[in-house]
Design a protein around this ligand. Sequence first.
Ligand code: SF4
Length: 402
Amino acid sequence: MPADTLSSISAGALLAMPRAGARDTRPGLAGMDPDALAAWMLERGEAAYRARQVADFLWDRGAVSFEQMRTLPAVLRDGLEAAFRADTLVETTVLPADAGLTEKALHRLDDGRLVESVLMRYPARDGLRERNTVCISSQAGCAVGCPFCATGELGFLRDLETAEIADQVRFWRRRLAPLGDRVTNVVFMGMGEPLLNVERVLAAAAALSDRRRFGLGARHITLSTSGVVPGIERLTALRPQYTLAVSLHAARPGLRDVLVPLNRRYPVGEVVRAATAYADATGRRISYEVVLIDGINDTPRDAAEMARLLRGRLAHVNLIPMNPVAHTPWRPSPPERLAAFAEVLRAAGLATTIRRNRGLEIGAACGQLAAEQAEAPTPAAVGRRRERLERESAAALAGGGA
Ligand code: SF4
């Protein structure tokens, strides 16, 4: 990594850091429900307002250690230190890109696992207010194994705890505060499949949208999924106001089996049906994400199939050129193919946006930095993987799974 693009920020927990690989069993404070924290205080004979004070330090002032909670009695700070972690991110490395409009953070957790989060800044323009969107991880690695994704290449390592998810947002809050800025949007689109860690993801989203804690409007939080139907149904039953983003990538089942292997378990038709039920229950438009890969899923036939699948639904489609990753033979769709695909969808009455990739020079693909830090696969393994992908996608393109 070039030294001039690297800055390292300690999250303040180095002293309490256990051996690499071992887990710190103290729960992270950011994952504590306020009522549970108040009950913990009462059990210790502390006044209930102490819980409010701790929450202020944590969420409003961005504390990363109990030492910083100076107005609490020393004995209470010691008790908190023994029972909880003030911050679950042990160390964070930040890489800037796009002339400072994008920053990517690599967070080291207490067991040495690495996860990523990204800040994307959108200056005010065309009557729209400035936005600071933070993209966060919900798992270390991912079991879904989408072949165009660097995280999928890592495999599943573990679920993140509620606090480990929320602390990524608190990190960016601290980073923005000295600039007079704040996090305006959070998207669960980093490493992992959020709805395979659904209870902790819901708890983290609740903490972020709770006025007593982070206080972000629920409509400013996006939960994404590659199509975990039971997770979507769980959300629908709760009827929150979060935006649901579905990573679609292909409408044809055979091709989607290759691009999103979870399609073999939850076929695309069921996924779209479940997402539509969420839209009906909440009145919230579903965001369908489509990563377009040159010559693979960007053909006129694929655009027509997608238009047919989504026509008439409460939907917005985001077309995103693929981020190049080493282990695939694939390239991003060229701009004219993206434009043609968008035209077909718009002609079917679907709101469609072409997104541009952020932070290409810092490995913008989800999981790319963590994958680079992990043990690299051998060139032979990469070669075998590329061959298999070429074979499978060729079969799907030859007409299978129309
Ligand atoms: S794209 Fe998302 S669901 Fe697919 S492997 Fe990557 S992190 Fe997992």
